[in-house]
Design a protein around this ligand. Structure first.
Ligand SMILES: [Zn+2]
Length: 140
C-alpha cells in the first residue's frame, strides 16, 4: 500500500505541505491528503492502468479506460517523497468533483512553492521544478 503519512515526505517538502495545510485551515478549506510516498512497484502498477490493465471510464475509442498517471516508475515525485495527492472534504465527505475547492486549495499550494499537474492530475501537488532525472540519478 502507498503511504498517506506526512512523515514519509522529504523533510523540506513536508514543511511546505504543513504550511499549506495550515493555510487551508485558515481559509476554512478542509482537505485530505490521501497519498504521499509511493514505491517503485506501486508506481509501475499505476502506470499499467489504462494501458495494459483496464481502468475506469472504458469507451469504444478507449477500450482500456482512463490512464491515471503519465509517470513511469522512477519518474514520479511520489517516489522521492516530493508529492502529495489530496481531495477537498466537506462534512467528512470527499468532494472529488468540487472544482472550486480544488482551485482554492491549489492557489494556496502555488504560494507555498508547489506545482500542480492540473488539469491532468487535479489531486496531485509536487515540489516546484521537480525533475525526476535528477532524483533518479541520486538514488541510483
Ligand atoms: Zn500524485
Amino acid at each position: 500500500m502507498a503511504s498517506r503519512k506526512l512523515e514519509d515526505l522529504a523533510p523540506l517538502f513536508r514543511a511546505r505541505v504543513a504550511e499549506w495545510l495550515a493555510d487551508c485551515h485558515a481559509e476554512s478549506l478542509e482537505v485530505l491528503v490521501y497519498c504521499t510516498y509511493r514505491s517503485h512497484n506501486e508506481q509501475a502498477d499505476l502506470y499499467k492502468i489504462g494501458r495494459t490493465v483496464k481502468g475506469a471510464g472504458v469507451t469504444k475509442t478507449r477500450p482500456m479506460g482512463r490512464k491515471v498517471t503519465n509517470a513511469k516508475p522512477g519518474q514520479s515525485a511520489h517516489q522521492y517523497g516530493l508529492a502529495i495527492d489530496f481531495v477537498p472534504m466537506k462534512n467528512g465527505k470527499a468532494m472529488w468533483g468540487d472544482a472550486k475547492a480544488y482551485d482554492a486549495a491549489i492557489a494556496l499550494a502555488l504560494e507555498r512553492g508547489m506545482e500542480s499537474l492540473r488539469p491532468y492530475e487535479l489531486a496531485h501537488l509536487q515540489v516546484a521544478g521537480f525533475n525526476w532525472r535528477e532524483h533518479a540519478r541520486k538514488s541510483a
